[in-house]
Design a protein around this ligand. Structure first.
Ligand SMILES: *Cc1c(COP(=O)(O)O)cnc(C)c1O
Length: 444
């Protein structure tokens, strides 16, 4: 019998990150300064990010060495397993092979630690003592808290107030890893105090929390800001996922046909597929590469490709990307990590050049797939990751209809142990699907 688990050795962890900017069919347009609308300078960017990460952000160099100390921490959970979902294949009765790369084995339970560890290390190298960030559902805050604690940096997390109150266990994780966590809007920043004075009962929002974290970085010496998705250097750090997958498939003599990832800001998708996209751009392979987004926040499938701000307040640089508009308020779907109005510039560019495709799925269909997966494979997936499972199942069923033995691989970006309230809501029949025609209209 063919293997069901492809494992690599610790010494097989990739030694370099892959930068798809070297191979883009169309180079990226530069980020713009929000005040002047002119291309932003390094000096402006260095107020919130260290120069070493900005170099990765802007560079078209194809490979970047992964520092030894970063590899050492990654090796706590990497290489991650690449598993064949044989029992799911059987339930579906498909001739297709379904493989998943499981990132839920990391300390914080998702792929986000791949970049938090790198970001903390490069900030430390730059002499930074403290990082400020925002977190919505809490996954990024946990990942950064772990990384800061590992390298002896202080960590300040602005957690959207509604999650702070509803997700106490994510807050506990951050505090256990020694981060300081405050509900946003907070009393710690001028912007937070202003919002609290005007709207004492606000639930907060990711946009407000970003504005607070950026203000914190601008007003404290030795403090920088860290972001868990969207940016080019974040996608770069995530390429360990795809590089490991490619190597493991190569050793097993397996050639994938379809590669799938869920896309919020685009980082786990980018990390999983970019090393394969490189072959496709070079004309050496013709994979289908599919980004899966929620029907309630259809950034690629319904958004416009244009310059937009990264935050709600309109204070960050503008980036050319697929966007639903920076004032877009997604309806309350349960995959908190996929509720971003914009998309990685790199993913947007590859979509625009037809290297990748995208699809949008409804949340009840997503949870149906998640339950099917947990009952056959045993892992309870994060609701975000379950978007990829939905599309993997749909492709496996299509392969069955056409009697094609396709090889399908998807990124299982995290586990769902701290998302059980969403599963409760699904099992109780309380989740609502979104009318696609209404999805891009604000529901505020
Ligand atoms: C944050 C998160 C996502 C979405 O972020 P991307 O940058 O699009 O990868 C997906 N899955 C999990 C488990 C997450 O925590």
């Amino acid at each position: 019998m063919q293997d069901s688990l492809l494992t690599l050795d610790r010494r097989d962890i990739p030694q370099k990150w892959y930068n798809v900017q070297a191979d883009l069919p169309t180079p990226l347009d530069p980020p713009l300064h929000p005040g002047t609308m002119e291309p932003i300078t390094m000096a402006d960017m260095e107020r919130i990010f260290p120069a070493n990460l900005l170099e990765q952000e802007m560079s078209v160099q194809r490979w970047f060495d992964i520092p030894e100390e970063v590899l050492d921490v990654l090796s706590l959970w990497r290489p991650t397993p690449l598993i064949r979902a044989r029992r799911l294949e059987k339930v579906l009765g498909t001739p297709a092979q379904i493989w998943y790369k499981y990132e839920g084995v990391s300390p914080a339970g998702s792929h986000k630690t791949n970049t938090s560890v790198a970001q903390a290390w490069f900030n430390k190298q730059a002499g930074i003592k403290r990082l400020a960030t925002e977190t919505g559902a809490g996954q990024w805050g946990c990942a950064l808290a772990f990384a800061c604690q590992t390298f002896g940096l202080e960590c300040q997390v602005y957690m959207v107030r509604v999650s702070y109150n509803q997700k106490p266990y994510r807050r506990s994780m951050m505090q256990l890893w020694d981060a300081k966590v405050d509900a946003s809007p907070s009393e710690l920043t001028e912007f937070g105090r202003k919002i609290r004075a005007e709207h004492p009962d606000t639930n907060g929002s990711l946009g407000i929390a970003i504005s607070e974290a950026v203000e914190d970085a601008l007003t404290h010496p030795d403090t920088k800001y860290a972001l868990g998705s969207v940016l080019n250097h974040v996608a770069l750090h995530q390429t360990v996922i795809g590089l490991e997958t490619k190597e493991a498939f190569k050793r097993a003599g397996i050639k994938p046909d379809i590669l799938i990832g869920c896309a919020g800001g685009g980082s786990n998708f980018a990390g999983f597929v970019f090393p394969f996209a490189a072959d496709k751009i070079a004309g050496e392979a013709d994979y289908r590469i599919i980004a899966v987004e929620p029907a309630a926040c259809p950034t690629l499938t319904q958004g416009e490709y244009r310059y937009d701000f990264g935050d709600t307040a309109g204070s960050t640089p503008l980036m050319k990307m697929h966007t639903l508009g920076h004032d877009f308020m997604p309806p309350g779907i349960h995959a908190g990590g996929l509720r971003y109005h914009g998309m990685s510039q790199l993913v947007s560019s590859l979509y625009n050049d037809n290297v990748i495709e995208a699809t949008a799925v409804q949340q009840n269909a997503v949870f149906e797939a998640a339950v099917m997966f947990s009952r056959s494979e045993g892992i309870i997936p994060a609701p975000e990751s379950s978007h990829a499972i939905r599309t993997a199942i749909d492709e496996a069923l299509r392969a069955k209809e056409n009697n094609e033995p396709k090889v399908i691989a998807f990124c299982l970006s995290g586990h769902g142990f701290l998302d059980l309230a969403s599963y409760d809501a699904y099992l109780a029949g309380k989740l609502e699907d979104i009318d696609p025609a209404m999805a891009t209209k604000s529901d505020e």
